[in-house]
Design a protein around this ligand. Structure first.
Ligand SMILES: [Zn+2]
Length: 144
């Protein structure tokens, strides 16, 4: 009696919930543009830097200094491109870029990229605009 009522209600809720992921799934196809590299002399240049930074929605100097540190190289950049000293393979840079995305962009709860970084004292938090989760950023300390 009352049982069938609550069942219907749950079924409704379930349907409402199922309606959501459809909309979300189009956004879950979010991905960082493939790196467009150019080798010039003894340097490696990311040519589509602006696209990448726009997609990450992070401060470009933050992304760049992360990459430089992780790749263990020097370099420089502006809005449009980054120049690394030395020849780096696509895979080398891609690995670090993926690591950056997982550490600083993707929400560990809902795995969506709709996040921003915020400070709580000395702790950097990754706050998710989609699900509201906020967790300290766990930057990997490079061993060696
Ligand atoms: Zn989230």
């Amino acid at each position: 009696m009352a049982k069938s009522h609550s069942f219907d209600y749950n079924a409704l809720l379930e349907r409402a919930r199922q309606a959501l992921p459809e909309e979300l799934s189009s956004e879950s196809r979010w991905e960082v543009p493939e790196l467009d590299l150019l080798y010039e002399g003894r340097t490696t240049i990311i040519r589509n830097w602006r696209d990448i930074v726009d997609t990450l929605r992070r401060d470009r100097t933050h992304v760049m200094s992360y990459l430089l540190r992780e790749l263990g190289t020097a370099g420089d950049g502006d809005e449009d491109r980054v120049v690394f000293n030395g020849k780096l393979t696509l895979q080398q840079i891609q690995d670090k870029m993926d690591a950056y995305v997982h550490t600083y962009v993707i929400c560990s709860e809902c795995h969506r990229p709709d996040t921003h970084m915020t400070k709580d004292g000395r702790t950097t938090l990754l706050k998710c605009d989609a699900c509201g989760a906020h967790k300290p950023v766990r930057a990997r300390r490079k061993a060696g």
